[in-house]
Structures are given as structure tokens and as C-alpha cells.
Design a protein around this ligand. Structure first.
Ligand SMILES: NC(=O)c1ccc[n+]([C@@H]2O[C@H](COP(=O)([O-])OP(=O)(O)OC[C@H]3O[C@@H](n4cnc5c(N)ncnc54)[C@H](OP(=O)(O)O)[C@@H]3O)[C@@H](O)[C@H]2O)c1
Length: 364
């Protein structure tokens, strides 16, 4: 790599780093960072998108300018927008600034606008270089890209299990399998998500809180998927002061009389079947890029079967629950041959005290 390319990569990596600072707050928008150099190649400004409704990264960088950007260059990890949304088009601002070169990692995944921002920049006589640090940029915004392309939320399935692969005793008791450090990590890790999903049975058995314990404001939306609507009249999830709760129920099987038990502060939406894709679609439509499935084996298996899951995070504790009838993290996929089994990819391992955390991806 030539010295020039190294410095282009350095500036784009800086833009990607800045973008990552908006990690938990930009949904439904992407994470974007921008760097501006003057005509001599000196850094004169930078910025990132903080939150939906607030200025885009390019505008933040222009607002922070220390010197004239005329004949300078910009590094931005996503194609600048050319449409009027909550904020004016960034392309207009880039053109009027007199910037001569724009380095962009990836095009906007939204097919309606993809390439149009680049076209406008080129038509204004600006040199555009596309593809710098493409892999890192795709990875940073994988959930946003997934939602835009599939119209479904990017799903991560999480479970905690013993070393013999069990998530609960036969009687349903599961507190606690992993150590305190792992459980605290789960609370803060929830902040990466726009929604957390469980099934009705986990609600009945565990009565969870499903919050980040304050590391995100607003807290992720808590979602319960139920076929029966047989939900308790008292539950931690009915207190919506700290976090909002949404019940999604299958109207083909649910007893709607049970809705009387649910407080008005809880939102309710009905769907026509128990297909978990319907949840992914509803949440994507609400602007959720990334959702966490913290459900038990039955809903988790259905979510995998219907491609609602893109990553799995497993916490494994050095404990033995034993017993043929203690609970598995997943139920039956009815595989008959070993070539039918699901192979996961890109696994990463970390140690949390005595527990192991494994993160793997599905190849969709
Ligand atoms: N260790 C861990 O990481 C962990 C995590 C989560 C859960 N768990 C344990 O898992 C147990 C519950 O397991 P579970 O499998 O019954 O979990 P679940 O998360 O409650 O999922 C099953 C429930 O989801 C609803 N559902 C909606 N559509 C469905 C579909 N297509 N397929 C299946 N279910 C659908 C049904 O609710 P309705 O019955 O209301 O209709 C069903 O009973 C609990 O004992 C809990 O402690 C452990």
C-alpha cells in the first residue's frame, strides 16, 4: 500500500471510529462519521451523527470547521444523503463548501436513493472515490443495512447455559447459571439493541425486567410474543415508566378476553399467525435496526427456522445441570443427516470470569 493510500485509510478509519460513537443512539438511522481535510491535507474538522433527528455527520463536521474547506477533501463512511428528511440534504452542503474530493466507504443501501448522492457530487465536478474501508463500514452498519434490504430487524439470539448445554432445570428454575459479571455484561450489552423479545412462557416463568439498568435512555422496547395471550395480571413488564412494553399476539389463536388484564400503558398489536417473521417486520417498520431475542427454546427455534436470527451470543458457565429433561437452548429442527445441521461462522470467544462468551454469525 502506498503512503498516500495509507493516509486515506487512516482518515477513513477515523471517520468509522467517529461513527461508532453513535453506537446505541442513531436508530433508525445509520452510524456515520465524517472527517474534513483542507487543500494541504491537514485535518480541519470532524463530526458524527449522534441521534435520529439531529444533524448528519457531514453537517456536524461543517458546523465544527476551523478553516475554509475550499478545495479540501472529505472522508465519510456512508454515501451522503441527497433527500430532504428531518434534516436538509448533505450533498448540497458538500457541494457549496467547495470541497474537491470525497472518499466514501459504501453506497446508501436504500435502493431508492443509492448512488444518487454520488451522482450529484460527480455532476458538481467533485472527485468521488467509493469503497475505502468497505469491509469495516459494512460491519459497522450491518443491522441498518439488513433492515433496509430485507425490511426485517437484524436479530441476535442470546442464551446462557451450563457446560452440559442446559438453560434451566426440568422445573424451569434457571437463576443463576452464569456468574454476576456475565449478567452485568448482559445488562449493558442490551443497550446496543432497539428491542428485546421474549415469548409468553418466559414472561410467565421468569417475570424478567429486560432493561439495561439505566445504561440506555430510552431503554430498548420490551416485546412479548404470545399465541395464547395468557399473560399474568401482574408483571415487571407492565410497569412502563422505565421502559416501554409491546405485546404482539397471534389473533388466530389468542383469547382476546385476556387483554382486559393488561394495563393501558402496555401497547398491543395483533398479527395473523405465529410466524416470528411478523415480529421482525413490525419492529423494522418501527425503526428498530437491531433486536435481541432473549426467548426460550421454542420461540428461539422458530425464529431461527424463519431467518429472524443473524447472530447468536452464548454464555457458557462451568456448571452442570444434568438430567435428560432439563431444558435445552433450542428445540428440534428435525435434522436427519449431519449435512443438514446449521453451521455458524466468524466465531469470537471471550472469557468473563469463569464463563465463556461465544459470538457466532449465520450466513444468510
Ligand atoms: N437460560 C436462558 O438463557 C434462558 C433464556 C430465555 C428463557 N429461558 C427459559 O426458557 C423457558 C421458556 O421456554 P419457552 O421455549 O417456552 O420460551 P418462550 O420464550 O416463552 O417462547 C415460547 C412462547 O412464545 C410464544 N410463541 C409465539 N409464537 C411462537 C412460535 N412460533 N413458536 C413458539 N412459541 C411461540 C408462546 O407464548 P404463549 O404461551 O403465551 O402463547 C410460547 O409459549 C423458561 O423456563 C425460561 O427460564 C432461559
Amino acid at each position: 500500500m502506498s503512503e498516500k493510500n495509507v493516509s486515506h485509510t487512516k482518515w477513513m478509519k477515523r471517520a468509522i471510529f467517529l461513527a461508532s460513537l453513535g453506537k446505541n443512539t442513531t436508530s433508525p438511522n445509520p452510524k456515520v462519521g465524517a472527517v474534513i481535510l483542507d487543500k494541504h491535507g491537514t485535518l480541519i474538522s470532524e463530526g458524527f451523527h449522534h441521534k435520529a433527528g439531529m444533524p448528519h455527520a457531514e453537517l456536524m463536521a461543517f458546523n465544527n470547521l476551523k478553516k475554509d474547506a475550499k478545495e479540501g477533501s472529505m472522508y465519510v463512511n456512508l454515501e451522503p444523503c441527497c433527500h430532504h428528511g428531518k434534516t436538509p440534504p448533505c450533498v448540497d452542503k458538500v457541494i457549496s463548501s467547495g470541497i474537491k474530493k470525497v472518499y466514501i466507504s459504501i453506497e446508501d443501501p436504500d435502493k431508492r436513493v443509492s448512488g444518487k448522492g454520488i451522482k450529484q457530487l460527480k455532476e458538481a465536478g467533485i472527485k468521488v472515490h467509493l469503497g475505502l474501508c468497505k469491509k469495516e463500514a459494512l460491519d459497522l452498519n450491518k443491522a441498518f443495512i439488513h433492515r433496509n434490504i430485507t425490511k426485517k430487524a437484524f436479530g441476535v439470539l442470546k442464551w446462557a447455559m451450563s457446560i452440559d448445554g442446559r438453560i434451566a432445570l426440568k422445573n424451569g428454575k434457571s437463576k443463576w447459571i452464569t456468574n454476576e459479571e456475565s449478567r452485568l455484561l448482559v445488562h449493558s450489552f442490551r443497550a446496543e439493541f432497539d428491542a428485546i423479545i421474549i415469548g409468553g412462557n418466559t414472561l410467565r416463568r421468569d417475570n424478567p425486567l429486560l432493561t439495561t439498568r439505566g445504561s440506555k435512555n430510552p431503554e430498548p422496547l420490551r416485546v412479548i410474543f404470545t399465541k395464547s395471550l395468557d399473560l399474568p395480571s401482574k408483571s415487571n413488564l407492565w410497569d412502563c415508566n422505565k421502559a416501554k412494553t409491546l405485546i404482539i399476539y397471534d389473533s388466530s389463536t389468542a383469547n382476546e378476553d385476556n387483554l382486559k388484564r393488561i394495563p393501558k400503558s402496555v401497547e398491543v398489536e395483533k398479527v395473523s399467525s405465529d410466524n416470528p417473521v411478523l415480529i421482525s417486520k413490525i419492529l423494522a417498520k418501527r425503526g428498530c435496526n437491531k433486536v435481541l431475542w432473549e426467548c426460550g427454546p421454542r420461540l428461539a427455534t422458530a425464529a431461527i427456522k424463519y431467518n429472524c436470527i443473524q447472530e447468536i451470543i452464548t454464555f457458557i458457565a462451568p456448571k452442570i445441570l444434568g438430567g435428560e429433561n432439563s431444558m435445552n437452548p433450542l428445540s428440534d429442527f428435525e435434522f436427519k443427516e449431519m449435512n443438514e445441521i446449521i453451521k455458524l461462522h466468524d466465531s469470537q470467544f471471550s472469557l468473563i470470569g469463569n464463563d465463556i462468551c461465544v459470538k457466532s454469525s449465520f450466513k444468510n
